[in-house]
Design a protein around this ligand. Structure first.
Ligand SMILES: [Zn+2]
Length: 128
């Protein structure tokens, strides 16, 4: 009884493996999140803050997108994984704290979006 069940399990799991397409065969770019470049970020008027991930530190500063473009090129990705490897924390290094990844905060251009949405709009002003 137990032997038969074990055989069935093995047979069905083997079948599943053959049936499922291999994920590794798909190029990474096709299953990755939508790509965004530094040029896109600059054009969208977004502001990116980089923050040290160490709880003792938490230093944060605004990134200069134009400087990044000058150094990395406009086609360099601006998503988390494109940028996270580039940054380390000098304060944590000096204090010999263990190195933690930085994280990013992206702030959309709210004022620009408001301007765009309300470009031709004026409130009415009437005395009732
Ligand atoms: Zn730090």
């Amino acid at each position: 009884m137990t032997n038969i069940q074990a055989r069935i399990c093995l047979a069905s799991s083997g079948g599943d493996q053959e049936y499922n397409p291999s994920v590794a065969a798909i190029p990474l770019t096709e299953i990755a999140m939508p790509q965004k470049t530094l040029a896109d970020t600059l054009a969208a008027g977004e502001t990116i803050y980089v923050t040290c991930g160490h709880p003792m530190c938490c230093k944060s500063t605004k990134l200069d997108i134009q400087v990044l473009i000058d150094r990395l090129g406009p086609c360099h990705g601006s998503m988390h994984w494109d940028l996270v490897v580039l940054f380390g924390c000098s304060d944590c290094k000096a204090a010999r704290r263990d190195r933690r990844s930085v994280f990013f905060t992206v702030i959309p251009d709210y004022e620009g979006q408001q301007r765009e949405r309300n470009r031709d709009w004026k409130p009415t002003f009437e005395r009732g």
